[in-house]
Write a protein that binds this ligand. Structure first.
Ligand code: ASP
Length: 584
């Protein structure tokens, strides 16, 4: 038996008990005639004690040779400590060691296994198994487990069945690039890894499973923007015989359950916002509504003066920064530089100070008098002491730019509090989205999303205006889930695929199996998928998902620990009937 107790378990009530412990050496304090060792495992740290008078000589000597991260087993008697440590749960006791076995030695670890480590990111990822021994990472993984467990409990209680779907499939339509896997047995043919189990969960509905969920890996070969992973985990869900309202209620229930269970937070009914309103008020389809700073559109009050920059703009829009009038000229200049950075891309920024005495001072005083500026304040909701920041230009671009500024300012003002939770539904997304690169419409959600009732006819005349039966769940400025009511008849699906530029043959080749299934009594159905990694990070009060993933990839999609991806040898290539044609 390696241990009778864990390293986090012993208390003063165990005094005089004979115990066996196993774990890692966190540190050794050698005072010559007595030695203290901190022994660590997942559950905590227990102090081991050796001294000249009570410990056999060979054991005392052995203890003096222990190094950091050695794996040891000890037997001994629990005793009260002379000086207690109130900071750790085992701080009242120590174990007076009578037997010591070194189960395994350890090289000196490349970074300290402490909460605040001296190891940089790359080093920690290369030795992730050591990183996982550190409390912050360990706690994050345990936290993730708790969230996943709470999800499973809730959904099982609601009658959902967890069904596994295959990983070796063919292209799924979430709009990213596929990861492909060559098939040895089918020369020249490839599987694609699922971008999501979308088509399978719909087939499970045709199969009568009624309520499905799965905590499942999804794979998307996208350029890795900050904090994305090429493989990530979804809580994937689908329900039959449901309308949008049923889905919203069910998954609002799940989210509320998680917030209560995990964070002890009760939230009211989630507000619902139309996509168009989210874009108009926040410039963003995933608004952070923990704070205000809503957009005020200023065209009516700022155009038709002599300021050509505004006159020629499609949209003039501003926000009121609470207390922003305290910013110095230099600070405002810095803000202007910030919006002009290529990542944001604004050409400039007009501002207006709202003075405490009720007067205004703007950077465009030449063109606007006090009455004009008072209207700006009214539209943006600015009060005395605030600063109005105004951007102008092409609607979509300007909205994105001002949204970036809003988030940045809120961050600086401390308005994005990690322990505050403000969920909302964003609804009625456009069905199609114009893609500048390929110059055609793409499904904004995916091709199986149904248009709002009565809008199918609009598809020919005004494809960009058709709204979808699609919804996103947004939490604190992040999309944590998204889904839709699906098309469940072959004719509508065919029309949709035609509009997405699929010829009949292409549609047949790629999605024939689904279209066929729709001919065998497909029930009305719909669903949603949550991004588990991000959800866990947000519930954990963090912005980055990496620490909640045991073995994450870096920004180039590499696993630096196992050094993947990696070349394969010629023999394997031949077996797969592959020949390389490398660009470099
Ligand atoms: N499959 C979709 C996605 O991954 C979610 C859904 O429509 O249920 O975004």
């Amino acid at each position: 038996m390696y241990r009778s107790h864990t390293c986090g378990e012993l208390r003063a009530t165990h005094t005089n008990t004979e115990v066996t412990l196993s774990g890692w050496v966190q540190g050794v304090r050698d005072k010559g005639f007595m030695v203290y060792v901190d022994l660590r495992d997942r559950y905590g740290i227990t102090q081991l004690y050796f001294d000249e008078e009570q410990t056999a000589k060979d054991i005392l000597e052995k203890s003096q040779k222990l190094g950091r991260e050695f794996v040891i087993q000890v037997k001994g008697k629990v005793q009260e400590r002379a000086s207690k440590n109130p900071n750790i749960p085992t701080g009242e006791i120590e174990v007076l060691v009578s037997e010591l076995v070194i189960l395994n030695g350890s090289k000196t670890p490349p970074f300290t296994i402490e909460d605040k480590t001296d190891g940089g990111d790359d080093l920690r990822m290369k030795y992730r198994y050591l990183d996982i021994r550190r409390n912050p990472v360990k706690e994050s993984l345990i936290f993730r487990h708790k969230v996943a467990q709470a999800v499973r409990n809730y959904l099982s209680n609601e009658g959902f069945i967890e069904v596994e779907t295959p990983y070796l499939i063919k292209s799924t339509p979430e709009g990213a690039r596929d990861f492909v896997v060559p098939s040895r047995m089918n020369e020249g043919q490839f599987y694609a890894l699922p971008q999501s189990p979308q088509t399978f969960k719909q087939l499970l509905m045709v199969g009568g499973m009624d309520k499905y969920f799965q905590i499942v890996k999804c794979f998307r070969d996208e350029d890795l923007r900050a904090d994305r992973q090429p493989e990530f985990t979804q809580i994937d869900c689908e329900m039959a015989f449901v309308e949008q309202e049923d889905i919203l209620n069910t998954f609002e229930g799940l989210t509320r359950h998680l917030l209560k269970e995990i964070n002890g937070v009760e939230v009211d009914k989630f507000p619902r916002m139309l996509y168009d309103d989210a874009m108009r008020l926040y410039g963003n389809d995933k608004p952070d509504i923990r704070f205000g700073m809503e957009f005020g559109e200023l065209n009516a009050v700022a155009q038709h003066k002599d300021f050509n920059v505004f006159n020629s703009a499609e949209l003039v829009v501003g926000i009121a920064v609470p207390g922003g009038n305290t910013y110095t000229r230099k600070e405002i200049d810095k803000l202007i530089d910030w919006v002009k950075r290529p990542q944001v891309g604004a050409l400039g920024m007009v501002y207006c100070r709202c003075n405490d005495d009720g007067t205004y001072k703007s950077s465009v005083d030449k063109f606007y008098n006090q009455d004009d500026l008072a209207k700006w304040a009214e539209v943006t909701g600015a009060k005395a002491g605030d600063l109005i920041c105004v951007l102008s230009g092409e609607t979509n671009k300007v909205r994105a730019q001002l949204s970036a500024l809003r988030m940045e300012l809120a961050e600086r003002l401390g308005l994005r509090k990690p322990d505050e939770f403000a969920p909302l539904w964003v609804m009625d997304f456009p069905l199609l989205e114009w893609d500048e690169d390929t110059e055609r419409y793409h499904a904004m959600h995916h091709p199986f999303t149904s248009p709002k009732p009565g809008q199918l006819e609009l598809l020919d005349a005004k494809p960009g205006e058709v709204k979808a039966n699609a919804y996103d769940l947004v939490l604190n400025g992040n999309e944590i889930g998204g889904g839709s009511i699906r098309i469940h008849d072959k004719a509508t699906q065919a029309i949709m695929l035609k509009h997405l530029g699929f010829s009949e043959e292409e549609a047949r080749a790629q999605f024939g199996f689904l279209m066929d299934a729709f001919e065998y009594g497909a029930p009305p159905h719909g669903g949603i998928a949550f991004g588990l990694d991000r959800l866990v990070a947000i519930l954990g009060g963090q912005e980055t998902i990496r620490d909640f993933i045991a073995f994450p990839k870096n920004n180039s999609g590499r696993d630096v620990m196992i050094d993947a991806p990696a070349p394969i040898d010629d023999e394997q290539l031949t077996e797969l009937s592959l020949k390389l044609n490398l660009k470099s």
